[in-house]
Every structure is written in structure tokens, then in C-alpha cells.
Write a protein that binds this ligand. Structure first.
Ligand code: HPA
Ligand code: ZN
Length: 337
């Protein structure tokens, strides 16, 4: 088996993926035509060629442009179903997915956004055997008041939604700006995730921990801060790292020495995820395969993905047992090249 085959066959959870960011260029063009949206491209290849960024801000411009082609409940259903099919083919057993309703408010009824996504999650549970769950993201360039309003807007779906997160333009919009949002969300029973330490400093990760956040999305800049690494280890707060995203957004120049394995060895529950797969050139298994790690190391990261999930304890144990069984089926010397 090649490392690509191993990475795809390895049972895993994906914990950091933005559904709107899973729109493949062909689907982007198809939905634009169907919904009468004018885009600055004529072909899917032109879209792909445009996916080169100087950093998070430039990516977000294209990502928000991509969001404009999503208009109907059927669009959100198709988007989610397509992602879950691809994820299943890459060994994903559990997917905790982000959706961000704020850019659609006033344009697409929230009932269609969340209803379309949740219907596809229910279909995938029976059709693909993927255990899907949804976290709603508030955009950090907006106000905390808007984030609090979002909690009211999504209240009818409380029992169907797993949690909340914070995404968008990080620098200048620290987690402390959303302390009440996180406290209110926790009071309503949501699990708490927060993007921090992607382009922002390690102190943003500290602020997220201080706000009671249970899982940090990215957390890359924490790796160079030993006291913070110790805190993440001691508090058992996982990181959902996204290597190809970090590479394409120029957070790192190369994946040589990417810190996910070092963080794991330091006792942090570090995981590998895709973020926005077509925008960054790979789904979750492609991210595993890009790291130049051995089968044993990849299996350790896959076990972490179940440990870091918000799934019930029995499901976490079953996921870890599936990784153990896969690893045991592989030759001992199956090392990556
Ligand atoms: N960072 C912040 N916000 C996002 C991202 C990301 O990588 N992808 C989609 N929204
Ligand atoms: Zn993200």
C-alpha cells in the first residue's frame, strides 16, 4: 500500500471542515449557472487557477464569493452530500462540520441553510455510514451582538446542532471579543470550538481557553510557545490542525517539520483536517498523506481525531478500536517514503 492508500484507508474523524468551503469548482460553476450568479470565471479550470492566496484575507474574499452561488435548501443539501461522499471515500467515520449562516441571513432562509445541511447529514448516516454533526460558526469580523443574535436565530435547531465556533478574519478580532457569545452558547448546551492561532498570536489561543473553548481550530502558533503547549496538554484541549490550508495560506513555507507530530509527542491531542478542501488542494486523507509520516504515526493522529471529537464515549472507543485494527493489519515496517 502507498502512503496515499494508507491515509485513505485509515479510519478517522474529520473535525475541521467548512461546508461552504467544500464546493468543488465544477459545482461552483454549475450552481452559479443554475442560480443566475455572475462570477469572474468561465470554466472550473479558471476557478482552480484563481485559488492562490497571499494569506487568509485573500482566501476569505474568494470563499465569500463562492458562498454567493448557494441559494436554496437543495443547494445546501447537495453541497453537504457531496462532501460526505468524498469524506467517506477518505476513511472518515465521523465528521464534525462547520456551517456559517451569517453571510446568508436575509438572502437564504436559515431554515433552508440548516435544514438542507441536516437532511444530508441524516441521509449520510444511513447511506454512507458516516456519523455527521454540525457546528455553527459566527464570523469574528462581525460584532458580538450579531453572534448573540445568531444564537437566537438557530435556537429552533438546538437539539440537532452539536456546537458553535468562531471563524473569519482572525487578526484584530481576538476570542476575548466573543467571551459572552461563548458563555451564552455554553449555557444553551452547545460544545465550543474556536479558530485561533492560524495567523493570530499564541495569546489568542490563551484567550480562547480562558473563554472556556473546548477545542482550538488550527492552533499552529501555539506550537512555538512551550507554556501554552503545556496548558493545552494539561487541560486536554485538542487542536484541529490543517496542514495544506496552512501551506496554501502561507502560514508555513513547507510541511517539513510541520508541528502536528511534535505536539502529539508533547502530549497535546493534535489532529489533521482539511479546512476548505478544494480551495487548499486536498481532502483529509490528502492532508495526512502530505506529512511524510509513518503508518504508526498516522495511526496515532487518527486515534487523536476520535479522542478530540465531541462524539459519545462509546463511539470514540469504537473509532480508536477501528484504528488499532487497521494498524494491526499493516506490516510493521510500513513506513512512508
Ligand atoms: N480560517 C478562518 N475562517 C475560515 C477559514 C479559515 O481557514 N475557512 C473558512 N472560514
Ligand atoms: Zn477553518
Amino acid at each position: 500500500m502507498t502512503v496515499t492508500d494508507i491515509a485513505a484507508a485509515l479510519p478517522k474523524a474529520e473535525l475541521h471542515v467548512h461546508l461552504e468551503g467544500t464546493l468543488e469548482p465544477e459545482d461552483l460553476m454549475r450552481l452559479a449557472a443554475r442560480n443566475g450568479v455572475a462570477l469572474p470565471w468561465y470554466t472550473a479550470d479558471e476557478v482552480r487557477a484563481a485559488y492562490s492566496y497571499s494569506g487568509l484575507a485573500e482566501f476569505l474574499q474568494l470563499y465569500y464569493l463562492g458562498c454567493t452561488v448557494l441559494h436554496t435548501r437543495a443547494d445546501f443539501h447537495e453541497l453537504t452530500a457531496a462532501y460526505l461522499r468524498r469524506a467517506a471515500a477518505q476513511g472518515v467515520r465521523r465528521a464534525e462540520m462547520f456551517v456559517s449562516p451569517q453571510p446568508f441571513l436575509g438572502r437564504v432562509p436559515v431554515d433552508d441553510v440548516l435544514g438542507g445541511v441536516l437532511d444530508a447529514v441524516a441521509d449520510a448516516r444511513t447511506d454512507l455510514g458516516v456519523d455527521g454533526a454540525v457546528l455553527v460558526i459566527a464570523q469574528r469580523h462581525r460584532t458580538q451582538a450579531e453572534a448573540l443574535e445568531l444564537l437566537d436565530v438557530m435556537a429552533p435547531w438546538r437539539e440537532s446542532l452539536l456546537g458553535v465556533g468562531l471563524g473569519g478574519a482572525e487578526v484584530g478580532n481576538p476570542p476575548s471579543k466573543f467571551a459572552r457569545f461563548f458563555a451564552d452558547a455554553r449555557g444553551r448546551g452547545y460544545r465550543l470550538a474556536c479558530h485561533a492561532g492560524e495567523e493570530g498570536p499564541a495569546d489568542y489561543v490563551r484567550e480562547a481557553l480562558d473563554a472556556g473553548v473546548e477545542r482550538i481550530d488550527h492552533g499552529y502558533t501555539a506550537a512555538a510557545d512551550p507554556a501554552l503547549v503545556a496548558r493545552l496538554r494539561d487541560e486536554g484541549v485538542p487542536l484541529t490542525m490543517c496542514p495544506l490550508s496552512n501551506l496554501r495560506l502561507r502560514v508555513v513555507d513547507t510541511l517539513d517539520g510541520y508541528p502536528v507530530m511534535a505536539l502529539h509527542e508533547a502530549g497535546v491531542v493534535a489532529t489533521v483536517n482539511s479546512d476548505d478542501p478544494p480551495y487548499f488542494g486536498g481532502y483529509v486523507a490528502d492532508n495526512y498523506a502530505a506529512l511524510g509520516l509513518s503508518t504508526r504515526q498516522l495511526a496515532a493522529l487518527a486515534r487523536n481525531s476520535f479522542t478530540a471529537s465531541f462524539a459519545p464515549a462509546d463511539d470514540v472507543a469504537a473509532g480508536i478500536a477501528a484504528v488499532d485494527a487497521f494498524e494491526a493489519s499493516q506490516p510493521n515496517d510500513a513506513e512512508a517514503p
